[in-house]
Ligand binder design. Structure first.
Ligand SMILES: CCCCCCCCCCCCCCCCCC(=O)SCCNC(=O)CCNC(=O)[C@H](O)C(C)(C)COP(=O)(O)OP(=O)(O)OC[C@H]1O[C@@H](n2cnc3c(N)ncnc32)[C@H](O)[C@@H]1OP(=O)(O)O
Length: 401
């Protein structure tokens, strides 16, 4: 056989191994724990009472001011007063508590993911055993085997399912998991990838101090799951969003700005005050790069207000900053603001809630014959500072496919 012929055969067999077209989001599910739902205007009183910190009046007043500015109305938590009564060590960072925290989250993180994944699988309409790959993201994975294996068992996935766990990616974990799922689906014909992001703040919870108030005012618990696959689609599979191109960018010199660290007393975190400004300064460049990679020269014709938007609502000022630098009309970030208001920042899981809200909104709008944007942008960010950007394409009428 000539080299050219061998190369041709290899090329043909490689193209048979690849999926057709871009990967698509085929189904979405979300879930929150049933532990406690805390209204944001009651959070400071509750937090200082259960942590026996009412005497720290200045900190409590500061937390009230911060809560008022978050754009959050309520959050869901696995953690309850009963759990805190059983674990007083969770209130004092100096006491060893990591083992007890991990014992709880090692069970609860996969269980929460299961609730979200079960909804996605039902919507998808195929058996769970048709899932070929699992990508799991959480900041609570401190053990092996980890939450990905437990989720696979809970859902009854096949033993040959290829599992990947993303640990401590924080808030860009959802974006990174979707990016990875896209690459897997496009490079493995017939692959169906379950993305699961499950976050429970119990690993980070602590009594109030001067540095942890913003995190306690912002973060909540939730899980999101997405099924991703490329063509050919099976009968009944419905593309919700095509994942056209994806990029990851790190803002140089910003390692200090966002971080998480596992300690004997739980996971410590820090959020620098400069984060909204740093994102504002860098986000348009990431978008231009992603759209140029997706559309080539036609990217010049893209107008930000002609797109639909799925932005990780890291915090209210982050959304405000992005809205300002991109000169977006206020309704463009409505899905992100809705998720922030109803659930707070659920770290890596949040972007899945935003995609879910966006598709529900698009389906409702289609009922009213409103003309919907076909092209969209997804943004997720977290420690690094890392920005995950994805160009999305959706049917103009989501009910037609
Ligand atoms: C049961 C409970 C369970 C809770 C568990 C705890 C959960 C921990 C979870 C850990 C997960 C960690 C994941 C880490 C990865 C993050 C990834 C991302 O999302 S990336 C995105 C992460 N998101 C972000 O980084 C954005 C977070 N920031 C915000 O959302 C807003 O800035 C705001 C709501 C805090 C204030 O609204 P704004 O319009 O700015 O209002 P003002 O200007 O009027 O300031 C009011 C007060 O706030 C102060 N202050 C402000 N910023 C900070 C700060 N960073 N630092 C300290 N303080 C800060 C400011 O000094 C002032 O104090 P004071 O003068 O009154 O005494």
């Amino acid at each position: 056989m000539t080299t050219a012929k061998a190369g041709n055969i290899m090329h043909q067999s490689r193209s048979k191994e690849h999926g057709e077209g871009p990967a698509t989001v085929l189904a979405i599910g979300t879930a929150n724990p049933s532990g406690a739902i805390v209204p944001q205007d009651k959070f400071a009183d509750q937090f200082f009472r259960v942590t026996k910190s009412d005497h720290l009046t200045d900190l409590k007043e500061r937390l009230k001011r911060i809560c008022h500015k978050t754009g959050i109305e309520k959050r869901h938590f696995h953690l309850t007063e009963e759990i805190l009564l059983a674990h007083p060590e969770f209130l004092d960072r100096e006491l060893p508590s990591l083992d007890a925290r991990i014992d709880i989250v090692a069970t609860e993180v996969p269980k929460l993911a299961e609730s979200a994944a079960a909804k996605a699988i039902t919507e998808w309409g195929r058996p769970a055993t048709d899932i070929t790959h699992l990508v799991f993201s959480t900041y609570s994975a401190c053990r092996a085997p980890s939450a990905d294996l437990q989720l696979a068992s809970l859902l009854g996935l096949r033993h040959s399912v290829c599992r990947t766990i993303l640990s401590l990616h924080g808030c860009y974990g959802g974006g990174r998991a979707l990016h990875l799922a896209k690459e897997i689906a496009e490079n493995n014909r017939g692959a169906r990838v379950l993305v699961a992001c499950s976050e429970i703040t119990l690993a980070c919870f602590n009594g109030p101090d001067g540095s942890n108030l913003v995190g306690h005012a912002l973060f909540g618990d939730g899980a999101g799951a997405v099924i991703v696959g490329a063509g050919p689609l099976a009968a009944g599979e419905r593309p919700l969003f095509e994942m056209i191109s994806a990029t990851q960018t790190t803002i140089p010199g910003t390692e200090y700005a966002l971080g998480m660290q596992v300690t004997g007393g739980g996971i410590d975190f820090h959020l620098a005050i400069q984060v909204p400004m740093l994102l504002g300064q860098n986000v348009e460049r990431c978008l231009l790069d992603a759209f140029t990679s997706a559309l080539g020269d036609d990217a010049c014709d893209v107008t930000w207000n002609d797109l639909f938007w799925a932005v990780h609502p890291g915090g209210r000022p982050i959304l405000d900053k992005i809205e300002t630098v991109l000169k977006l009309e206020p309704e463009k970030l409505a899905a992100s603001r809705h998720v922030l208001r109803e659930y707070g920042n659920m770290s890596g899981a949040t972007i899945v809630f935003v995609l879910d809200e966006l598709r529900q909104h698009r389906e409702e709008e289609a009922d009213h014959d409103h003309r919907l944007p076909e092209w969209g942008a997804m943004l997720a960010f977290g420690p690094g500072i890392t920005i995950e950007t994805m160009v999305l394409h959706a049917p103009r009428n989501p009910k037609e496919n």
